[in-house]
Ligand binder design. Structure first.
Ligand code: PEP
Ligand code: MN
Length: 264
């Protein structure tokens, strides 16, 4: 079902007046984690003002260690839904377990599967019937074939609205957190009809690389971007402050993107 051989036309995922995969560039921006109502409200206003269409933020965080901040949970879903509604943005949030799919689908417009859960097949099956579009992140050691097979689980479950997200893979390089695999963008677009989103934040792990790798992703043909932005990155509640743009950098980047590709 994911293959272009059996579905030659691009899949366009329409949510409200935002079309993902239809030729317009879609920008999803926001913090790694929802921290408080004030934090997500302020960031939502900045994403909207900069021209973004989707507010990102994790209420459930897949942390490497069990003692790290794990997210604010269901309350975070409520905070983000309110901020999205108030500022006219769609919302995307990560769901980590099948049990939480229904509540995440109730509050968010798009459900995100994180890199660590790309092959959580019970979760993927459950997302097949969730009724909401899914952004599936590539596992950090997954081949294109494994990635497309993971998407296949969601599609086979009855959900045609899947977007693929390149978020960097693990290589021998340690200067960057991950290596953003730009080739994934044209390769996945040729093998599949699903929209391809790039995540230059997790793909590099370094704030100063987000701008050039965002532009490179657009040049490579990405259908959209998911970018971390925080009003106070140095004091953010996850370690991802180091890769989060300041609001003025985010706004400047989107102004530059307007020159490369029309924003929705
Ligand atoms: C995130 O988007 O904050 C995240 C945890 O991403 P990934 O699953 O790509 O690490
Ligand atoms: Mn993050």
């Amino acid at each position: 079902l994911a293959s272009r051989d059996f579905h030659p036309e691009n899949t366009v995922i329409s949510i409200g007046d935002v079309n993902i995969g239809g030729g317009d560039l879609v920008v999803m921006g926001g913090p790694c984690a929802v921290e408080s109502p004030e934090q997500i409200d302020e960031i939502a206003s900045l994403v909207k003002a900069a021209g973004g269409q989707v507010l990102r933020g994790g209420a459930f965080k897949p942390r490497t260690g069990p003692y790290s901040f794990q997210g604010v949970g269901v309350e975070g879903l409520v905070m983000m839904a309110e901020a999205g509604k108030k500022h006219g943005l769609l919302t995307i949030t990560e769901v980590m377990t099948p049990e939480y799919v229904d509540v995440c689908a109730e509050y968010a417009d798009i459900l995100q599967v994180g890199t660590r859960n790309m092959q959580n097949f019970d979760l993927l099956r459950k997302l097949g019937t969730c009724g909401k579009p899914v952004l599936l992140k590539r596992g950090f050691s997954a081949t294109y074939d494994e990635f497309l097979n993971a998407a296949e689980y969601i599609l086979a479950g009855g959900n045609p609205n899947v977007m693929l997200c390149e978020r960097g893979i693990r290589t021998f390089e340690t200067y960057t957190r991950n290596t953003l695999d730009l080739s994934a963008i044209p390769v996945l677009q040729s093998l599949s009809h699903l929209p391809v989103i790039s995540d230059p934040s997790h793909g590099t792990g370094r704030r100063e690389l987000v701008e050039p790798m965002t532009k490179a992703s657009v040049a490579a043909g990405a259908d959209g971007l998911i970018i971390e932005m925080h009003t106070d990155p140095d004091n953010s509640m996850t370690g991802d402050g180091v890769q989060s743009l300041f609001p003025d950098q985010f706004a400047a980047l989107l102004r530059d993107l307007e020159k490369l590709a029309p924003l929705v």
